[in-house]
Unconditional design. Structure first.
Lengths: 331, 206
């Protein structure tokens, strides 16, 4: 460090004033610039400013008493005995590109999403196609609580107490024809209500599909709620799919159409990047995403990473569906 | 600019470069990094490294176009901040993503192309940081020093590619970085192509 400028005795007063003012201005500039940098940082990373916002959706009445012990004993996979992810995290870390590509922003962007008058058309190769009012679908079978692992293809995971019933019950209601080999699903297309549909980040509407036996599997959940309440918009209100042994993106949200078809339907992410996302998208720690490993996962709320389980830990329940298939090819 | 003004400008950069880290640490200690703090730390430190790389590369065009020669005095600190955040970024990856497991880190780096680019950028910045001192500039001589420090162009390009490659679908932000970088490097290319080696291109004053 240099010694500060020497002050000549007879200049002492004016110089001191001069330097004081100068230092004062400099301190001001320094503080202002630091604040500006801080604001810029906050703009770029809004996460730190979000506070816990309570999720207000209606309580679902008459949820079938969830009997974890029995579910575990029968090995149904209906109830995973692992720490459940907080409601705050489940509702503020969402991949829902119709609203935002930023997982932390979906809750805000979807806050005003209205689902009044929602209808779901169940159609295609079946004897009793029908356009259901949402209420009719919800009444079709008693809601059950299912505590599932949810593994995102990006390498993070949750444990969520969903509410819903097996999709097989809805499909049975329309009486599928024997020629129905697959089920195709479609999300609402309405850029006025789903603002990010005005961008071309994905090809809208979002579409997904399952093989018939996958769709009929009891674990495949037509989901209308979580933590005992109706789905908040950011989690796929009013009705979505949960297939716990597959990567999260298979769980199509805000469904308006379910169609029984003969041929394997196209699906949004495998259309977008066929090399990276397959039709099956079964959770598989031994088959990496071309760009990143799928061997481990960050369980939200935990500090270390966990080993990812084959079929997300549901191998006993669903392994037989894929017997003899090359899962490297059919990823 | 006076010596004291330059010292003040340096202080300004020093403090402001630290602000993002301070906020990151503050948010971390208050559990305000969102649902996936591990991922947030990795992403944000990487982003900071890229921002400081871009700022470093903006110095030369700005000082030539604006005639603000004193800007050169700030370049070293900007560059060192880029290296600093890149190191933090790697440390976050090594600890939070790889659990301090060296062999899994190395295996992952070998396997993933996006990591090749990231590691390239980081490694290229090591000799630049080492030779950033006045003594090293003297020892190398201006000409060799300048040649060596052109590696920063490669590091910045590799860094942006690394960012672009790990994004799932929304590549808007990586493309913003790519565009800014293209302008900054394009400016240099244009100058070079014009054959008018501006006399202001020089090693920083020792």
């Amino acid at each position: 460090m240099k010694v500060p400028n020497k002050i000549h005795p007879n200049e002492i007063t004016p110089l001191a004033v001069y330097f004081n003012r100068r230092n004062f201005i400099r301190a001001g500039v320094l503080a202002a610039s630091a604040v500006a940098t801080g604001v810029a940082y906050r703009k770029l990373n809004p996460v730190g400013t979000t506070t816990a916002t309570p999720v207000q959706t209606a309580k679902i009445e008459g949820i079938a008493t969830n009997a974890p012990a029995a579910a575990v004993a029968e090995n149904t996979g209906f109830h995973i005995d692992e720490t459940q992810t907080s409601l705050q995290d489940i509702t503020h870390y969402n991949n829902f590109y119709e609203f935002s590509t930023d997982k932390e922003e979906v809750a805000v962007a979807a806050a005003n999403f209205k689902t009044d008058g929602w209808k779901v058309s169940v159609e295609g190769l079946c004897n009793k196609p029908k356009v259901f009012d949402l209420d009719d679908i919800l009444k079709l079978s008693a809601p059950e609580e299912r505590v599932y692992r949810m593994r995102c293809v990006e390498g993070w995971s949750l444990v969520v107490p969903w509410v819903g019933y097996s999709l097989s019950k809805l499909l049975a209601a329309v009486d599928p024809l024997s020629g129905a080999k697959y089920v195709a699903f479609e999300t609402l297309l309405d850029p006025a209500r789903m603002p990010n549909q005005t961008t071309g980040v994905l090809d809208w509407p979002y579409v997904e599909g399952l093989r018939m036996d996958e769709a009929m599997h009891p674990l495949t959940l037509l989901t209308s709620g979580l933590y005992g309440h109706s789905l908040p918009p950011q989690d796929g209100a009013p009705i979505r799919l949960i297939i716990p042994w597959k990567y999260g993106f298979k769980g199509i949200k805000s469904i308006v159409k379910i169609k029984l078809v003969a041929d394997q339907p196209r699906t949004t992410w495998s259309d977008y990047a066929p090399r990276e996302y397959g039709f099956y998208a079964n959770v598989n720690p031994t088959v990496d995403h071309p760009r990143w490993s799928q061997a481990t996962e960050q369980r939200i709320g935990e500090s270390g990473r966990r080993k990812t389980l084959m079929f997300n830990g549901y191998a006993d329940q669903v392994g037989h569906l894929y017997a003899g298939m090359d899962l490297r090819k059919n990823f | 600019m006076k010596e004291s003004d330059i010292r003040f400008a340096k202080l300004l950069v020093l403090i402001n470069g630290f602000v993002p880290l301070a906020l990151l640490m503050w948010d971390q200690s208050h559990h305000r990094l969102g649902a996936n703090p591990q991922n947030f730390l990795i992403l944000t430190t990487g982003m900071m490294a890229l921002i400081f790389l871009v700022l470093t590369l903006a110095v030369t065009p700005l000082r030539q176009l604006g005639g603000w020669n004193w800007l050169i005095q700030l370049r070293r600190m900007l560059g060192l901040y880029a290296f600093f955040y890149a190191c933090l970024h790697f440390l976050c990856f090594f600890s939070l993503d790889r659990g301090f497991n060296l062999s899994s880190t190395i295996n992952e780096i070998i396997k993933r192309k996006y990591l090749w680019f990231g590691v390239t950028a980081l490694l290229l910045m090591v000799p630049l940081a080492i030779t950033s001192t006045n003594g090293m500039i003297k020892r190398l001589g201006g000409k060799r020093w300048r040649a060596l420090h052109r590696l920063v162009y490669v590091a910045a390009i590799a860094g942006v590619i690394h960012y672009y490659m790990q994004v799932k679908a929304d590549v808007r932000l990586p493309l913003v970085f790519a565009s800014v970088l293209a302008v900054l490097l394009g400016y240099r290319g244009w100058n070079h192509w014009q054959g008018q080696k501006p006399k202001t291109v020089a090693a920083p004053k020792v």
